[in-house]
Design a protein around this ligand. Structure first.
Ligand code: ATP
Length: 365
């Protein structure tokens, strides 16, 4: 396996309109060479259109794309030297595995000896040594995707674009290939831009995630930036589960703020600028809450409620806790030996740390 210098990619105020539909609206980001970046977001948020513009299959209606600091506005797709694995970019059915993988090298006029050597290395990299003479119809879905991957890396492209490449596979195989694709990407040093609407896949594979919503970037950052420090309620609810509690800001100091909820003072980390009296949302992940037995010493946030349901789901109990005048909260309660059991109807004191509490701007309704 040879190491490649991964390409840097910069999108500057990228726009794409299809008639009156804004598919991509003022999207800017910077990707360093060798990064694994995922474009994540709901259906129709502009992920594929962004990828297609980088590939050169869609022409932007505004803005610019730079690969290795050079604008590719006038560069044809085939001259951009990008490897691609798209869900609808299938293998050539009438060609063997060898011919499929050799195809990009033939297009580039490489000689037979180099072609044979590169195809051998690419097939070895994806774990398909010995499959050269098979035809796509003689391969499983996972093997076909490995061939597509080999074809994308065979010419040492410094940039790979992938659009839901594992979307058609079952969950177990998908998880196995996620780890493999990530390992190969790291070993090769290639830059990857990967489109998915599967948030778990994005968190597992990416160095950074670009979360899109309605043609714009909602947040760009590491998986833990997005999960632990969401900038708004869209991000908090798109990635994982969140409990959200509405209220008004009481006090603000540096990065922390406090709010009163059901007569209790809550302290949390502020996402942005706030002033006393502002409407805000407290966001807490269900796995950060526990059932407290001790007296409140003022160091944790507390709310009392009544257990509505406690459902056993293997690695945790999913406990629904009703609150006075508010939406019920979800608590993921560990199942290990010695943990307190809770039952429907029981009154409980919920606790969680200010460090696990995010205060966001209330969405404009
Ligand atoms: P999905 O996860 O469903 O693939 P996506 O986030 O990749 O969605 P895009 O395919 O980029 O979203 O589409 C963004 C918006 O642009 C959508 O509203 C879509 O209907 C629209 N759109 C995309 N391609 C075209 C086209 N060729 N003509 C008209 N509208 C289009």
């Amino acid at each position: 396996m040879t190491t490649i210098k991964g390409a840097s990619v910069r999108c500057e105020n990228l726009q794409k309109a299809f008639g009156t539909v804004k598919a991509v609206d003022d999207v800017s980001f910077d990707i360093s060479g060798g990064e694994f970046i995922t474009l994540l977001g709901p259906s129709g948020s502009g992920k594929t259109t962004t990828l297609m513009m980088i590939a050169g299959f869609e022409v932007p209606t505004g803005g610019d794309i730079l690969i290795n600091d050079t604008s590719v506005a006038t560069v044809q797709p085939r001259s951009r030297n990008i490897g691609m694995i798209f869900q609808n970019y299938a293998l050539f059915p009438h060609m063997s595995v060898y011919q499929n993988v050799a195809f990009p090298l033939r297009m580039r006029g490489r000689d037979e000896e180099e072609t044979r050597r590169r195809v051998r290395v690419a097939l070895e990299t994806v774990g398909l040594t010995g499959y050269d003479s098979r035809f796509p119809r003689q391969l499983s879905g996972g093997q076909q995707q490995r061939v597509a991957f080999a074809r994308a890396i065979v010419f040492d492209a410094p940039l790979l674009l992938m659009d839901e490449p594992l979307g058609a596979l079952d969950k177990q195989l998908r998880q196995k290939l996620q780890i493999e694709v990530k390992r190969i990407q790291r070993d090769l040093g290639v830059t990857v831009i990967y489109v998915t609407h599967d948030q778990e896949e994005a968190l597992v594979m990416s160095d950074r995630v670009i979360l899109m919503n309605e043609a714009r970037i909602a947040q760009m950052g590491t998986p833990s930036d997005l999960y632990d420090r969401p900038v708004d309620s869209f991000v908090a609810s798109f990635l994982g589960e969140s409990n959200m509690l509405e209220g008004k800001i009481e006090q603000v100091s540096a990065n922390e703020g406090s709010m009163m909820l059901n007569g209790n003072k809550m302290v949390g980390q502020l996402a942005g600028q706030f002033s006393a009296g502002d409407d805000a949302l407290i966001v807490v992940r269900p796995e950060k809450m526990w059932f407290a037995d001790d007296e409140n010493d003022g160091r944790t946030n507390r709310l009392s409620g009544r257990v509505i349901e406690a459902i056993y789901v293997g690695d945790h109990h999913r406990v629904v806790v009703g609150l006075d005048g508010r939406e019920p909260l979800i608590v993921k309660h560990p199942t290990q030996f010695g943990q307190r059991q809770v039952s429907p109807g029981e009154t409980v004191e919920l606790a969680w740390h200010p460090a696990d509490t995010r205060i966001l701007r209330a969405p404009v309704s």
